[in-house]
Ligand binder design. Structure first.
Ligand code: SF4
Length: 447
């Protein structure tokens, strides 16, 4: 059971030494009860207190990992209900299905297609991370063969079967890949727990509502399974959404351990559009793993984009490494321009430079991930910062023309920048979309 702030306070040294960053031990105790700090921040807590506080300090939701090496996937360890309260920690694992009732050639082709499902957006890789092998055939041998195909995709594997025989057969082939076994119901709990424990793989608990799930996780835990994932098995989508929200609230706000596990949800029926719409809602509330039955790139790209947006840290803009980038075969006569390291800004500029087909250099200046105008108004972008970035990137040795194109929005800094660097400053367009025309017309006239 979770301890209250006052109960935690009684176990602390009560010296108010402030080493933890809190003004008093009582303030630290209250913050610890709300999971806002870690016990490690109090260096003077006694071993007895540490032991007693372990339950209070433990994360309210278990981190569960499956897959190994490059195929490793993790889910759970969330601490907040709303992203703006802190951030969400483990981006929802998106899995595509591989049914075991497909003809061999079709199954191999689908596995190959899933293997290739990976996208890149604002410099971040967005793969479909897992393959969910469905035991639609009801045949243990076919399930095992399909599990092997899934393992060969080098993605994390989810074995979806409630048949202990099929689970055993598949695990005989793929247990070294640490798949997620999905899963255990009230009816097969003992058998599935023994199989998962033997294979050392995490196990999904499946039940129709939160109450039944809590009872089932206690049963599985008593059978020796610690790494659990929850699955609400209901056809009523509104009940599913309410159930997932209730479970997250009970786990995080009430520290209710039987539901302190991540959730897997299936959005695997209907058209690809319907699946993506449902999967997006499930990502928002609160699936740690979502399984879709489509492998259409046009359907998965928007789904992964939704996931990326929900799982970015709201306190930290997505940033690009600040350095000099070549676009195309840039050389000593190529134009040199700068922009900021806010991902959306950088990649918009890079895309427009690429579209111009004029090989160019883009100096990406560290503005702590803010856009040009925001950085300028916050004094994160000025002549000294740009000059320093030019020096760090050694641009003098890269181009021989001593001309720097600056964003039109900061034309006002051109004079000071010219003085600071000794370079000729050319004021570029305000809008990135005008860059191709600028490079072809204005820059071409400079040479
Ligand atoms: Fe109290 Fe520990 Fe914080 Fe010091 S470091 S104020 S003893 S909680």
């Amino acid at each position: 059971m979770a301890l209250s702030g006052l109960e935690i306070f009684k176990l602390l040294p009560k010296t108010n030494c402030k080493k933890c960053g809190q003004p008093t031990c009582l303030a630290f105790a209250m913050a610890l009860a709300q999971k806002k700090v870690s016990l490690e921040q109090c260096p003077d807590a006694s071993p007895q207190a540490r032991e007693a506080l372990a339950a209070a300090a433990a994360p309210p939701m278990r981190l569960v990992s499956f897959g190994l090496g490059d195929a490793a996937a993790k889910t759970g360890q969330e601490t907040v209900l709303f992203r703006h309260d802190e951030k969400f920690h483990s981006p929802t694992v998106v899995a595509a299905t591989l049914p075991d009732d497909l003809p061999a050639a079709a199954a191999a082709a689908r596995a190959k297609a899933i293997q290739a499902l990976a996208f890149e957006r604002v410099g971040q890789k967005m793969p479909v991370q897992a393959v969910a092998v469905l035991n639609r055939s009801g045949d243990a041998g076919r399930f095992a063969a399909t599990a092997q195909l899934a393992k060969d995709t080098c993605k994390a594997v989810i074995l979806v079967t409630q048949s202990p025989d099929a689970a055993k057969a598949a695990l005989a082939h793929v247990k070294d890949a640490k798949p997620l076994l999905c899963g255990a119901t009230d009816a097969n709990a003992a058998a599935m727990a023994a199989i998962a424990k033997d294979a050392k793989c995490p196990l999904v608990a499946i039940a129709p509502d939160a109450e039944a799930l809590a009872a089932l996780t206690e049963k599985l835990k008593a059978a020796g399974c610690e790494d659990l994932v929850l699955c609400l098995e209901t056809l009523d989508r509104w009940a599913e959404m309410r159930g997932l929200t209730l479970m997250r609230q009970l786990a995080l706000k009430k520290n209710f351990r039987p539901l302190g596990y991540p959730v897997i949800a299936f959005a695997a029926d209907g058209t690809p559009e319907a699946q993506v719409a449902r999967a997006s809602a499930l990502i928002a509330k609160y699936a740690g793993i979502v399984v879709v039955d489509t492998i259409e790139p046009w359907a998965l790209l928007p789904l992964l984009t939704v996931r990326q947006n929900i799982y970015t840290d709201p306190q930290k803009p997505v940033q690009v490494e600040p350095k000099l980038y070549a676009v195309g075969e840039a050389g000593a006569d190529s134009p040199l321009m700068f922009t900021t390291n806010f991902s959306l800004t950088y990649y918009t500029v890079e895309g427009d430079v690429e579209a111009s087909r004029v090989p160019s250099w883009i100096l990406c200046v560290d503005t702590e991930g803010t856009s040009v105008l925001t950085a300028y108004s916050g004094d994160k972008l000025n002549e000294k910062i740009v000059a320093k970035a030019m020096k760090t990137a050694n641009v003098e040795t890269v181009v021989k023309h001593r001309k720097l194109i600056i964003p039109g929005y900061v034309a006002v800094m051109s004079g000071k920048l010219e003085e600071e660097t000794g370079w000729e400053i050319l004021v570029g367009p305000r809008e990135s979309s005008i860059i191709p025309r600028y490079l072809k017309e204005v820059w071409a006239g400079q040479k």
